[in-house]
Ligand binder design. Structure first.
Ligand SMILES: [Zn+2]
Length: 354
């Protein structure tokens, strides 16, 4: 009788417990890629080893340490100049991004905020592809800046190279896997150089949708940076020529006070509309045509020339990089900086989401 019981026990062990142990070992070998919802699965889970078993989605903590080290969380990076698509490790890719996007002499907490923002931006792009065969490209005008390590180092003074690179590396390692989420989804983490003191909402720049986490926020200390102020001056002939590239039927009497004037501002105080002769033109268009650093400008007219006095640098949406540095100088942490620029968000680890 005892023997029979022992046999049954052995049978149960070999049929149920052992396979369970081995299959669990298999599962722990996998990384990040987990199903959260169908939409995300389609876009993110390209990994062949993905599992859609719901039981696995509780294993986030175990997998956390693997992010970035594993070969499994990769980004397909398009090099604009050569057209080559390179598969790169996300965390390693961020070294080339953060070191291209933000000066290494910025505060460590600002660099950490930049790392989180750049990581989030990358994941958002991976989910919302702009390029057919790649997740993101290396052009700052299209996606996000990128610089090779060799080139980055060569642009720094020799004695600063090691220190700078280590600082960037630390900023990325200390925020490893962290992304900004809204309702458990990676946010569209826009960022720019200098807000001129106040950030802008996306609809005023690109039209389309607003995002609840992107609001107008004020940041002190931005005026301390060289990106805060710039001006551009044109003769009236040059000015008219530039406007005519898009508005060929422009009719204007430059001696009339009312022929060139700002008629409307956005919520953040940037220029929404400018009357130029017989046209009402958006601030964004004027910025592009006249190569202004932002839409936060004033117009100064003299007899011969027209001058644009510009505050801030960039579209003004999301995190201001110099604003981040300014806040870090005031003692704010990376997390506080992120919460300043993006509203009602949560910083989560990639493994909690995917
Ligand atoms: Zn791109």
């Amino acid at each position: 009788m005892k023997k029979i019981l022992i046999y049954i026990l052995i049978l149960i062990t070999s049929c149920f417990i052992l396979p369970a142990i081995f299959s669990n070992q298999d599962k722990t070998k996998e990384t990040i890629v987990e199903k959260t919802n169908e939409k995300e699965e389609e876009k993110i889970n390209e990994d062949k080893n993905k599992k859609s078993d719901k039981k696995e989605s509780k294993k986030g903590d175990k997998k956390e340490s693997k992010i970035g080290e594993d070969k499994e969380y990769k980004i397909k990076l398009l090099h604009g100049k050569t057209g080559e698509v390179e598969e790169v490790n996300l965390e390693k890719y961020l070294l080339n991004v953060v070191s291209a996007e933000m000066p290494a002499d910025f505060e460590k907490e600002a660099l950490k905020a930049q790392a989180i923002v750049a990581r989030t931006y990358t994941i958002y792009k991976k989910n919302n592809k702009k390029h057919e065969n790649a997740d993101i490209c290396d052009d700052s005008k299209c996606c996000q800046a990128w610089i090779s390590k060799e080139e980055r180092l060569s642009r720094w003074e020799e004695e600063k190279r090691k220190e700078n690179w280590n600082k960037i590396e630390q900023a990325i390692n200390e925020t490893k896997g962290q992304i900004i989420t809204y309702k458990n989804e990676p946010i569209n983490a826009f960022f720019h150089s200098n807000s001129g003191g106040k950030t802008e909402i996306p609809v005023n720049v690109w039209g389309g949708n607003n995002y609840p986490y992107l609001q107008v926020v004020e940041t002190s200390g931005e005026e301390e940076y060289k990106q805060y102020y710039s001006d551009v001056e044109y003769s009236y002939e040059e000015f008219i020529e530039k406007i005519k590239t898009k508005y060929s039927d422009l009719s204007i009497n430059i001696h009339d006070e009312n022929e060139i004037k700002i008629i409307e501002y956005t919520e953040s105080g940037r220029v929404r509309t400018v009357k130029i002769g017989n046209h009402n033109i958006s601030g964004v268009e004027v910025r592009n045509m006249l190569k202004l650093k932002s839409t936060n400008f004033e117009i100064e007219k003299s007899k011969e020339k027209i001058k644009f006095l510009v505050k801030g640098y960039g579209h003004g949406v999301g995190m201001s990089q110099t604003g981040a540095d300014s806040l870090a100088k005031q003692g704010k942490s990376a997390k506080e900086i992120i919460n300043h620029f993006y509203k009602d968000i949560e910083i989560k680890n990639l493994s909690e989401i995917f």
